[in-house]
Design a protein around this ligand. Structure first.
Ligand SMILES: [Mg+2]
Length: 226
């Protein structure tokens, strides 16, 4: 019997990649305008090169971009702060739950315990949940800090089930990443549902038990599981 539904956060509940890309685009233009001596296109590519090396949650990306130029402190700060402000402004405009997510969570919450399982750091995960107004729906939030092991390692999946006080077989994992979300959930015996409504999912992993093209279809999935 299904007792809990556990969600990945980024690109499953919120449009993380869209916000990252659009915010990085704005930050690049603003930093170039403030005096960073490269094209906006090069600045944008550099942001994602640094994210690739340091992880997409890396917080000092703009500092790392500007430092090699050895500008005086005032110029350094002007460029960095232009980037940060442009980034955050765009984030406020773009970062959202996908259409249908809040309504679907509200409906699911009537019958199931709801959890989050994300590889994001605790602070980032809670910020993103608060920012998008999703915090209130969840009974438990599992982040990287709980186990220090990334999905698809089995520890985070077992840990969030424990937090929700359910057996893995009583839980459904919903995520956009087959190689992380579906693989780890399958390994511990959870049911799996692939969220396919954003084009940014990675295709490498086991076939899920269910696939959804819209958040609302999750209500049909839980009915079918029973
Ligand atoms: Mg994801």
């Amino acid at each position: 019997m299904l007792k809990a539904v556990i969600f990945d956060l980024d690109n499953t509940l919120v449009n993380f990649w869209q916000f990252k890309q659009e915010s990085a685009r704005e930050a690049s233009a603003a930093m170039v305008q403030a005096g960073l001596p490269m094209s906006a296109e090069s600045a944008y590519n550099l942001i994602f090169k640094i994210y690739k090396e340091r992880g997409v949650e890396y917080q000092l990306v703009f500092t790392d971009m500007i430092q090699p130029f050895h500008f005086p402190k005032a110029k350094f700060e002007k460029i960095r702060d232009a980037g940060i402000v442009a980034y955050l402004r765009k984030k406020g405009q773009v970062l959202r739950p996908y259409a249908g997510i809040p309504e679907t969570l509200a409906e699911l919450k009537k019958s199931y315990r709801l959890g989050i399982l994300t590889d994001a750091a605790r602070e980032q995960a809670h910020q993103r949940l608060n920012f998008t107004g999703l915090q209130e729906y969840f009974d438990a939030v599992g982040t990287l800090h709980d186990t220090n092991i990334y999905k698809p390692g089995i520890e985070p999946f077992l840990h969030i089930c424990q937090k929700l006080q359910v057996q893995p077989a009583e839980a459904l994992m919903v995520g956009d990443n087959p190689g992380r979300d579906m693989k780890g959930a399958r390994a511990v015996g959870m049911k799996t549902c692939l969220a396919k409504y954003d084009p940014y999912f990675d295709n490498d992993g086991p076939a899920p038990d269910f696939e959804i093209e819209k958040p609302q279809q999750l209500l049909e999935v839980v009915k079918r599981i029973g």
